[in-house]
Design a protein around this ligand. Structure first.
Ligand code: ZN
Length: 152
């Protein structure tokens, strides 16, 4: 632990060993444990595992909450609307074809990218030791207000 003064606040202790951000993000995108990159990160579609079955890293600390959904909307929206505007310029499709095509693409994209995005968010939190990853207390103990059954 190292004491660090952040923006004039009283010094607080932060872990001195840094975690690599890019491998954690990459492992999260692959839906793998951000620490070892081998264990599965999800037990079902959007439910993360409690503990990595390969390295025993506790995953239940994450608080991805609504961030994966917001990121998913932003990414899917930009791609679908961008493709719509691009094709609308060059092709004359009937409104029913357009509604069917773009709605189906939006639904399919949303379903396909939600899990990797959530994995990316969990990797981000793990690498930055957020929400109990790596100890949240002053002495390195885990955050006591984290209920593992509450956060999926
Ligand atoms: Zn692991």
């Amino acid at each position: 632990m190292t004491e660090v003064e952040i923006f004039g606040n009283k010094p607080s202790k932060v872990p001195s060993d840094r975690r690599a951000l890019l491998p954690a993000l990459k492992n999260g995108l692959r839906c793998r444990c951000p620490k070892c990159g081998e264990g599965k990160l999800f037990s079902s579609y959007a439910k993360s595992v409690e503990v990595c079955d390969t390295c025993d890293e506790e995953i239940f600390h994450h608080r991805a909450d609504d961030l994966p959904a917001y990121l998913n909307l932003a990414i899917t929206g930009h791609i679908v609307v961008g493709l719509y505007l691009l094709t609308d310029r060059y092709y004359d499709m009937s409104p029913w074809v357009e509604v069917s095509l773009w709605a189906a693409l939006a639904v399919i994209m949303t379903v396909l990218i939600l899990q990797p995005i959530k994995g990316w968010v969990i990797g981000l939190q793990w690498a930055n030791r957020m929400h109990g990853f790596g100890g949240n207390g002053e002495d390195g103990t885990l955050d006591q207000d984290v209920d593992p059954t509450r956060y999926g």
